[in-house]
Design a protein around this ligand. Structure first.
Ligand code: ADP
Ligand code: MG
Length: 679
């Protein structure tokens, strides 16, 4: 006989109406199962007291018997008071409810009730919460361990406690997705027990253990989802396996005027491994400005050229593309031709370049998004380097993939100067292989950083800048209302440049650059500063990633509180790049945690961790435009340790059973698909 599947109580609707139902939905609560997965934030421990023992105003729970009930209009305001004469063994009191007339109907004489509230003047007990007294064990709201749920407008903590109580019966139908072996090894309670203990624990420790069990499961599922996506992508994005050792990259490397650091060599080896495989590379190389990423990237690009193919480097802005061209040119020393293609490239030059890219005559190209326009055809694009991955979306990647021949994808290397905290590397970034360059090859010289506010401090800041200029150095003034439109930013920068020319820097040459200047003027201003003929460059944050002037030692940043931590760190990375130590003065509130951190901490990787602690994973990932599913049980970065455990377990599982097809993994796969599919 076949058993008829019973509709699971977990999928049953909550039986709420109208507004309450909508409010529950905003919390993601539509079914009984949802309620079981909506964990309390914490629990209160409430004990019963006697009326006589209460100090005035003290909030407490009392157990009383109702003697009689009246409903009266309120004296001064409009509304009603329900008044119940009550007593416990220690004596009587008058229990009062405000504007809840229905309460009167629920309070017959002789009823035992538990009241939570405080004793006020005139022996009135003002009730905040109450319930019928069906014995201490049955109390939900006023006595014993009381769950505190995240509530929302239209649905109270109290209703959520009631919903959880009602969902309790369905716990028996909760399925255990974790394989028994894993559960035994990790010593985890089963899922129904963990959910029960999370809602109705006997101690705080029980609650913590239960939440951790659920968080670990959730992070394991997340890592399984990421791991599977990574494997799928590897199988789908096929590239050409490059023939390494064509006699270009290695001699070039050996001829460099410096020794590569160990980390650079390791990065090159990892990338070589990727390039020699048919699974398209999808690697992120992260390291602060000056950590030597470009050298590593160029090595990868030369691997394409030595195999008779092409490579491109794409930057987010024209200024940056320009900068890259200069750097690459210098590093190449004429070894291989390289060209620049941006939106500003004149039409004739552009036609010529497109011809040379199409024929394969040109092996290396640097540019902006202009590189992925439809009209741009490569003969054989094998390696693509994308600088600053967070400005690069899926559509751009697809456009870039389409530049490689025969339906193959190019090997893709992302560069970023914004380090990703380890915790996040394992989440949204789980799909990328990540290589980090932690060390700066020439040592890390801290940029002296101060946060100041007030007119006197401002005056001293300009004075210090002038001292530096007197020593022959240069100064950036960054003034950019980052949230404002480009035209407002441009106006603010222009006004500031004029002000400074007339006041603080009246004896100096002040150049100005902002996003709205025509390209030629922008270049001219940058050149003026780079060549040293301007002492001061007033700029919007376009210089964030775009300029390399070793003689610039000072940076003043206006309205520093409007920048994110990583932005500030990037900005300050522009000074002190030469032989002289950098000085960065931020105008802003020195007490702001973010600004305090930037003044204290010079290591970008550690700042990234601070940023994560200050803002939380959701925010950090959000600004990076990285979709990450909302987590129900886990909290990042706090649960970083569980995340690592989840990752290790996920990798081991996928190693053995990539499709999760073994019978003992069927429930795990079902849970994975229910939770993270398409996420
Ligand atoms: P990034 O792209 O990470 O900002 P670059 O690759 O542009 O860093 O390197 C910064 C500077 O350091 C460049 O002038 C580069 O030539 C130099 N450089 C790179 N690697 C080394 C090294 N191992 N030793 C000394 N100098 C290096
Ligand atoms: Mg660089």
């Amino acid at each position: 006989m076949r058993s008829i599947p019973r509709p699971s109580r977990l999928r049953a609707p909550l039986g709420l109406r109208g507004r309450a139902s909508e409010a529950a939905a905003t919390l993601g609560l539509e079914t009984v199962g949802d309620v079981l997965e909506h964990l309390p934030d914490r629990h209160l421990d409430r004990e019963e007291r006697t009326l006589a023992s209460l100090a005035p105003g003290e909030e407490a729970t009392v157990g009383v018997v109702v003697r009689g009930v009246d409903t009266r209009p309120m004296r001064r305001r409009r509304g009603v008071r329900v008044e119940a004469r009550v007593a416990d063994a220690s004596g009587p009191a008058l229990a009062v409810w405000f504007n809840q007339p229905w309460v009167a109907r629920q309070l017959g004489p002789g009823t035992s009730v538990l009241l939570r509230g405080a004793l006020k003047r005139g022996n009135e007990f003002h009730v905040r919460e109450w319930e019928q007294d069906d014995g201490a064990d049955a109390a939900v709201h006023t006595l014993g361990r009381v769950a505190v749920y995240r509530a929302a407008e239209g649905i109270s903590k109290r209703s959520l406690r009631d919903l959880a109580q009602r969902a309790r019966d369905a716990l028996g139908e909760v399925v255990e997705p974790l394989p028994a072996a894993l559960r035994a090894e990790e010593r985890l309670p089963d899922r129904p027990a963990a959910l029960a203990a999370a809602h109705f624990p006997e101690t705080d420790a029980d609650f913590d253990a239960a939440r951790e069990r659920l968080a670990l499961e959730e992070l394991l599922l997340l890592e399984l989802a990421l791991g599977r996506r990574k494997r799928e992508r590897r199988a789908r994005r096929r590239a050409v396996a490059l023939e390494l050792g064509g006699g270009l990259a290695e001699p070039w490397r050996k001829a460099l005027p410096f020794d590569l650091t160990g980390e650079q060599r390791a990065a090159i080896a990892a990338i070589d491994g990727d390039l020699a495989s048919e699974a398209a590379m999808h690697r992120l190389l992260m390291g602060e400005v000056g950590s030597g990423k470009t050298v590593v990237a160029l090595h990868a690009m030369l691997r394409a050229v030595e195999d008779g193919r092409q490579a491109a480097l794409m930057a987010p802005t024209e200024t940056l593309a320009d900068q890259h061209l200069t750097t690459l040119d210098r590093l190449l020393g004429g070894l291989v031709p390289i060209a620049l293609l941006t939106g500003a490239t004149p039409a004739a030059r552009r036609r010529e370049l497109l011809g040379r890219l199409g024929s394969g005559e040109l092996g290396l190209v640097v540019g902006t998004h202009a590189l992925i326009e439809l009209a741009v055809r490569f003969r054989d694009l094998a390696v693509a380097v994308v600088d600053e991955e967070h400005r690069f979306g899926v559509r751009q990647r697809e456009a870039l993939d389409a530049k490689a021949p025969d339906g193959r994808a190019p090997h893709l290397l992302h560069l970023t100067a914004t380090p990703i905290p380890r915790t996040l590397e394992l989440t949204g970034y789980g799909e990328l292989e990540v290589t980090a360059l932690h060390e700066l090859p020439r040592g890390r010289r801290q940029v002296e950083t101060h946060v100041v506010s007030g007119e006197r401090a401002r005056g001293r800041a300009y004075e210090r800048a002038r001292e530096e200029i007197a020593r022959g150095r240069q100064c950036f003034v960054v003034c950019s209302l980052v949230e404002e439109s480009e035209s407002l930013q441009a106006r603010a920068a222009t006004a500031e440049a004029e002000r400074l020319r007339a006041t603080e820097f009246r004896d100096h040459r002040v150049a100005l650059v902002h996003g709205q200047l025509p390209s030629a003027q922008k270049q001219a201003a940058m050149r003026e500063f780079a060549s040293g003929s301007a002492d001061v460059l007033v700029a919007t944050s376009v210089i964030e990633v775009g300029i390399d002037v070793p003689n610039a030692t000072t940076m003043l940043i206006e309205e520093a509180e409007r920048y994110g931590l990583s932005q500030l760190h990037q900005l300050r990375g522009r000074v002190g790049r030469g032989e002289h130590r950098g000085l960065c003065i931020l105008f802003g509130d020195p007490k702001l945690p973010r600004l305090e951190a930037i003044a204290r901490e010079s290591n970008g990787f550690r700042l990234a961790e601070v940023d994560l602690e200050l803002r939380g994973a959701g925010e950090v990932l959000g600004t990076r435009q990285h979709g990450m599913p909302r987590l129900k049980f886990a909290e990042l970065p706090e649960d970083g340790g569980l995340l690592v455990r989840g990752r290790v377990r996920a990798e081991a599982l996928l190693e053995l059973d990539p499709g999760l097809e073994a019978p003992e993994h069927a429930l795990l796969r079902a849970a994975l698909e229910a939770r993270f599919d398409g996420a």
